[in-house]
Design a protein. Structure first.
Length: 142
């Protein structure tokens, strides 16, 4: 997994939480979307956890670029904003789902091992069908 967030403390905490699950390995952390894209190209992970709002290349632009790669990983948007406009923008960019930064650590590590290529989820406990715009549409990573 690649973790992308502009806050080094968030990255450090996420690495600790995710790797403590035992089945997740964070191969690199990056602090902006451009570095995140480079890390994905370099490591070809199965999963990228992408902050949406960062200076420079933001997570939406980076997600779009990652999804355009020949063999993209599943991208899960990471955000502090539980607002439909941010979540829908991430889904439109190609994210498979999203994770709120306020999600409890135990839930975060379990959910980050769940997304598979060709699947989408809006959050661990709520199916993406809550957004009629996405109901029945194929996943761009599938």
């Amino acid at each position: 997994m690649v973790v992308v967030d502009d806050d080094p403390m968030v990255c450090a905490h996420l690495r600790t939480i995710l790797e403590s699950a035992g089945n997740i390995r964070v191969v690199e952390v990056a602090h902006d979307g451009a570095a995140g894209l480079d890390a994905v190209i370099r490591h070809q992970p199965d999963l990228a956890l992408m902050d949406l709002r960062m200076p420079g290349v933001d997570g939406l632009v980076a997600t779009t670029r990652i999804i355009a790669l020949p063999k993209p990983p599943v991208v899960v948007a990471l955000t502090t904003f539980d607002a439909d406009r941010y979540i829908l923008a991430a889904l439109r960019a190609g994210a498979a789902g999203y994770l709120l930064k306020s999600t409890p650590p135990r839930t975060s590590s379990g959910w980050c091992s769940w997304p598979q290529p060709g699947t989408r989820s809006s959050r661990p406990a709520q199916p993406r069908d809550c957004w009629p715009e996405w109901r029945g549409r194929p996943c761009p990573t599938g």
